[in-house]
Design a protein around this ligand. Structure first.
Ligand SMILES: C[S@@+](CC[C@H](N)C(=O)[O-])C[C@H]1O[C@@H](n2cnc3c(N)ncnc32)[C@H](O)[C@@H]1O
Length: 242
């Protein structure tokens, strides 16, 4: 797929390794007129931009620092300004790509931009290109099944440990994003449920600073931070008898 004039593309660039970028993503990034690279207030640069470096052909670049806040109105307003920036270029016949870490529809800032863009341009000019998500990269790094037969998979942020406890009771696989400073409490919860042996932690998977931790006891007291995924296999749910 090549970028078309006046079209917008939300493009997932995968978890970190440049060779986990899809061919479609690479072509769109190479051919676009304008490129939006989001970075959080807390990061030093755009991780997504680093991943696609080899494919940049001097597009007009907007490195957009978005607020790390739970204030939805503030978040929507700031993405509204990016939608406006994009709409001006799209209406002038330019192609615009927004790159995002992992997949654009999994806990991603792309969702805010897509929402704001749908109010400004025709839906048929908006496209989403999937990327390899951190949950897939984590499962692959540990060679752990995500699902088999009738297994249930739950993906949720580790922000609400009550919700995590419920998910552990009703899923064969639980994947947790946004672990951040809740790691020790999470380890306590897994220990209380007898699941510590079944948990794996991937920090910055597929990035240069990657750490893969098979025994979560070793992670106690560490400040591995935001860029972590915890994967827990609670059991197996076999095919039911026909
Ligand atoms: C804003 S979400 C982005 C998710 C992304 N869209 C995806 O599909 O994986 C940020 C969370 O994703 C997870 N994450 C993203 N990339 C990661 C990586 N390379 N290694 C570990 N965790 C990652 C972390 O849990 C982090 O808190």
């Amino acid at each position: 797929m090549n970028p078309e004039p006046g079209h917008f593309y939300a493009v997932g660039v995968g978890p970190g390794a440049p060779d986990l970028l899809t061919l479609r993503a690479a072509r769109l990034i190479e051919g676009c007129d304008a490129l939006i690279a989001p970075r959080s207030e807390r990061s030093e640069g755009s991780l997504a931009l680093g991943i696609v470096q080899a494919h940049l052909r001097e597009p007009e670049l907007l490195e957009f620092t978005y607020p790390m806040t739970r204030d939805t109105a503030r978040t929507r307003a700031s993405w509204g300004s990016v939608a406006e920036w994009s709409a001006v270029r799209l209406k002038a016949g330019k192609s615009v790509v927004q790159i995002t870490l992992g997949d654009p529809l999994i806990y991603s800032t792309s969702s805010y931009l897509l929402e704001a863009l749908r109010e400004r341009i025709l839906g048929e000019r908006i496209h989403v290109v999937p990327g390899i998500s951190a949950l897939q990269a984590t499962a692959s790094a540990f060679q752990e099944d995500l699902t088999l037969q009738e297994d249930r998979l739950t993906l949720l942020p580790a922000t609400d440990l009550g919700a995590v406890a419920e998910a552990l009771d009703r899923s064969e696989t639980v994947v947790l994003y946004k672990v951040a400073d809740r790691l020790d409490s999470l380890i306590d919860l897994l220990e209380a449920k007898g699941l510590l042996e079944n948990a794996r932690l991937a920090f910055a998977v597929e990035q240069d600073r990657q750490q893969l931790i098979r025994d979560l006891r070793q992670a106690r007291g560490t400040q591995l931070g935001y860029m972590s995924v915890v994967l827990v296999r609670t059991g197996r749910k076999a095919w039911r008898e026909a």
